[in-house]
Design a protein around this ligand. Structure first.
Ligand code: E4P
Length: 224
């Protein structure tokens, strides 16, 4: 399963890119505007931090297929590298996706809340479909169950499209997606850190440290 970062906070991206095995970054208009920066400064800044090989998913703000295609081409030209335009599921978005696939541009169809939406998006040629887990859980919609249905349908019909599960509020939702064989998730830096944190791990490390120091004091293996 691939882990992507769901943020436009450059410092958080720099940190996570250094310490975690992240495959890329996703943003949406809400995430991007939180940074209150010039848009191109932000987009190019993220690309500079993660390099050309990692995925960068940026959402179009256009409403018609023609403009979505135009904006996607501009984004690809300006940020370069391994780029995917995020397009919300709707008629214009599907039309734009079919066009963009002919032009060789990566597409992630986003704001997915049902398996049928994902299936149509995948058939239109989307490289990724992004179901919103926590927003479904908020309305008792069982977000991870929807992810599981989408993974199963894409596998069943052998469609070359990956699930990029999004909108997480906690690490348990991410874990559940992994048990269903979800191809990728996009999470906040906080959730990424929660995933690797466990009080028993902390205790184990304290014990190791105490036992070592009892015999060797401040010496480390490098000092022998
Ligand atoms: C990511 O691509 C989605 O836009 C994002 O995860 C939505 O998250 P939210 O439901 O926390 O706003």
């Amino acid at each position: 399963m691939l882990f992507l970062l769901d943020t436009a906070d450059i410092e958080a991206i720099r940190h996570c890119n250094e310490f975690y095995p992240i495959a890329g970054v996703t943003t949406n208009p809400t995430i991007a505007t939180k940074e209150k920066k010039d848009f191109w400064e932000l987009a190019r800044g993220i690309r500079k931090v993660i390099g050309d090989e990692k995925m960068l998913h940026i959402q179009t703000v256009q409403k018609t297929a023609d403009k979505m295609v135009e904006e996607a081409l501009l984004l690809k030209k300006e940020v370069g590298g391994n780029f995917y335009v995020k397009i919300p599921i709707c008629e214009e978005g599907l039309k734009a996706t079919k066009e963009l696939k002919k032009l060789g541009i990566g597409v992630t169809i986003t704001a997915i809340f049902t398996a049928p939406q994902a299936l149509i998006a995948a058939k239109a040629g989307a490289d990724f479909v992004a179901p919103y887990v926590n927003r479904l859980d908020n309305i008792i919609g069982d977000g991870t169950e929807v992810v599981s249905q989408i993974v199963e349908q894409l596998d069943h019909y052998k469609i070359d499209c990956k699930v990029l599960a999004a909108s997480f509020r906690n690490a348990e939702q991410v874990h559940k997606c992994a048990t269903f064989g979800c191809h990728s998730v996009t999470v906040t830096p906080k959730i990424l850190n929660t995933i690797i944190t466990h009080p028993m791990t902390d205790n184990a490390l304290l014990d190791f440290d105490r036992d070592w120091k009892a015999v060797y004091g401040d010496k480390t293996i490098l000092d022998f």
